[in-house]
Design a binder for this molecule. Structure first.
Ligand code: HEC
Ligand code: HEC
Length: 253
């Protein structure tokens, strides 16, 4: 059993909960579990259920990390909070993520923006539609953003815009093939089998390569998205983040 008293230390090195420490990679995995299993009800900021706020370290029904782990695993009987099939480590990294969310350093320092003005930046100066699709509009090179506001927090949206390389979700990683004559092509990997690689390139072409003609084929960690650091004013950035946060799918608009 974990002690009820909890010591938490935050640092670039990760999150330390009682008796266990988690690396930044663990916290990142906790974020992914949260997005996949919790955000649909609780929202990316943890505040979508009235009276429940998972992002500020204050809980009605939990006073320790052990309580939180138990709630995550067993649910709360008689309420809409379902049980989950997570082991102690998996539940632990979700708690580590909730603790990290509560840190001032992991909150966005941007002022509240104006979503309508942000839409103008998105479609105009930002040139975002050149790579992203929103509700049927735009290109398919980058991930579809129609629902991005129900999946990502403001601080994560801000980071995606200013520092696209900081975190690239595995399904968003780009792939590079280099032909024997040196021609290099990058794009989204659609499929690969023993003999071929299929990419979707920046000009929205579906390309197929025979592996026997390739010198090299591999994932690239760098994002193809340019950084907007210094290219948008603080107000434009705040407006853009508000606009993205407002994108919660087509039905709910
Ligand atoms: C199907 C919707 C749903 C999902 C999915 C869900 N929750 Fe909940 N959760 C709720 C509801 C509703 C409550 C409020 C229960 C109550 O107190 O009445 C709740 C309450 C909680 C509480 C207690 C809050 C407090 O203030 O004490 C925690 C912690 C929590 N959820 C964490 C999570 C985590 C972490 C996940 C993902 C692993 C998750 N929930 C997934 C609906 C959900
Ligand atoms: C040259 C193409 C390109 C342009 C222009 C571009 N993006 Fe991206 N963007 C991408 C790609 C590719 C990814 C996926 C890889 C990654 O996460 O960096 C991405 C990722 C993102 C993500 C993270 C999505 C997620 O699922 O986490 C957000 C948010 C985003 N872009 C917003 C924007 C906004 C806002 C603009 C305009 C200001 C913009 N992008 C301009 C290509 C682009």
């Amino acid at each position: 059993m974990w002690p009820v008293r909890v010591f938490i230390f935050f640092s670039a090195a990760g999150v330390v909960l009682a008796q266990r420490s988690y690396t930044p990679g663990d916290v990142q995995d906790g974020l992914r579990l949260f997005v996949a299993n919790c955000a649909a009800c609780h929202g990316p900021e943890g505040d979508a259920i009235p009276g429940v706020d998972l992002g500020h370290g204050k809980f009605r029904r939990a006073s320790s990390d052990a309580d939180l782990i138990r709630i995550i695993q067993k649910g709360i009987e008689g309420t809409g909070m379902p049980p989950n099939n997570f082991n102690d480590f998996q539940a632990g990294i979700i708690v580590a993520y909730l603790r990290d969310m509560a840190e001032p350093a992991s909150r966005s320092a941007l002022p509240a923006g104006d979503a309508a003005a942000g839409k103008t930046v998105f479609e105009g100066k930002g040139g975002c539609l050149a790579c992203h699709r929103v509700k049927g509009n735009g290109a398919r090179l980058g991930p579809e953003l129609t629902d991005i506001g129900s999946l990502r927090r403001a601080v994560e949206l801000e980071r995606s815009i200013l520092d696209p390389d900081a975190e690239v979700l595995p399904q968003n990683r780009f792939f590079r093939v280099v032909a024997k004559d040196g021609t290099t092509t990058t794009g989204r990997l659609l499929n690969q089998d023993a003999f071929t690689v299929q990419l979707f390139d920046a000009r929205e072409r579906l390309l197929s390569f025979s592996k026997s003609n390739l010198k090299e084929y591999t994932f690239i960690d760098k994002s193809p998205m340019p950084s907007y650091q210094g290219k948008l004013s603080p107000k434009e950035l705040a407006d853009l983040v508000s606009y993205l946060a407002s994108l919660k799918g087509v039905d709910k608009q």
